[in-house]
Design a protein around this ligand. Structure first.
Ligand code: AKG
Ligand code: FE2
Length: 298
């Protein structure tokens, strides 16, 4: 799916069939030769570390506002699964250049680095949406037509989320996790992990298996809305990140980047085979109802 060169129709079909296989079996796939360079990824990982290591009161100047999806979310503001008391993570979300950004004094180069990373993500996403449509035997532009406004945050909430899981020290609450079990809400998510690991994916039989970071590979997973479109053929696979058991790993922070792809706000999502196993939902309403249930303070 690299930007350069013109892949043949057969090449596209081959990738589509591999995606069909991975998405229908486990809902996650490793993507290589995706066109996003190591340098692009490592510079945003570096800027993200610099930001999260700032004092809390500086980071909180840029916090997410009620009913907005962009900005900084401080530790413990988001609990994805009921019963979990603490999720040891912080995040920063960006929709486009109009999102909340830290000042140049507080975080030099942060804004530009994020925007420089976002644009190849959008380009990759558009190529992926073509292959995704082919994988479901749909017209090539089926998903593109429903994700027309990927860069207009006011019409499409797709966003890049930078995640930071601090070192784990003095944890007494046994329900503490880095990220509790959940499925993503949208169409697909592109996930870039550092080398620390810890992400686990739930198989259809209920087993947790590690999604070990592979250097240079991006993980792509199915979100709730794609599960609806595909009538469950592509499951929105639950995933989580526990606190590492080994002391040395506990003391390591973990960073990741998630580009969440969602349909345009106006899109109605319904099973494409006409079944009524899943209700028809409006994309914007679905997202806002999900966010209301997982955010503890908005
Ligand atoms: O940090 C990760 O690797 C996964 C994060 C995640 O699943 C999410 O934010 O939805
Ligand atoms: Fe997720």
């Amino acid at each position: 799916l690299k930007e350069t060169g013109q892949p043949s129709k057969e090449a596209f079909r081959k990738v589509a069939s591999e995606i069909h296989q991975a998405f229908s079996q486990i809902g996650f796939v490793y993507l290589i030769n995706h066109g996003i360079s190591k340098e692009q990824a490592s510079s945003i990982f570096q800027k993200s570390r610099d930001f999260f290591l700032l004092p809390l009161e500086v980071k909180e100047k840029y916090k997410r506002l009620p009913n907005h999806y962009d900005g900084y979310l401080s530790p413990d503001k988001e609990i994805l699964q009921s019963g979990v008391q603490t999720e040891m993570k912080e995040s920063y979300s960006i929709g486009n250049s109009e999102s909340i950004f830290p000042s140049q004094e507080d975080a030099p180069g942060f804004k530009q680095t994020c925007l420089d990373f976002l644009s190849p993500c959008v380009a990759l996403c558009r190529r992926f949406l073509v292959v995704l449509a082919l994988s479901l035997d749909l017209a090539e532009d089926f998903f593109l037509k429903r994700h027309k406004e990927l860069t207009k945050y006011k019409e499409n909430p797709s966003s890049l989320r930078i995640l930071y899981y601090p070192p784990v020290t003095n944890v007494t609450d046994p329900t503490t996790v880095r990220c509790s079990e959940h499925s993503d809400f949208g169409t697909v998510t592109f996930l870039f992990q550092d080398s620390v690991g810890g992400l686990e994916v739930k198989t259809k039989s209920g087993e947790w298996i590690p999604a070990t970071p592979l250097e240079g590979a991006i993980l792509v997973n199915v979100g709730d809305l794609l599960a609806i479109w595909s009538d469950g053929l592509y499951p929105a696979t639950p995933h989580r990140i526990l606190v590492p058991r080994e002391e040395t790993k506990k003391r390591c922070s973990r960073s990741s980047l998630a580009y969440f792809v969602l349909p345009d706000d106006i899109v109605m999502v319904e099973p494409l085979d006409g079944s009524n196993r899943f209700p028809t939902v409006n994309a914007a309403e679905y997202l806002s109802s999900k966010l209301k249930t997982v955010l503890t303070y908005i």
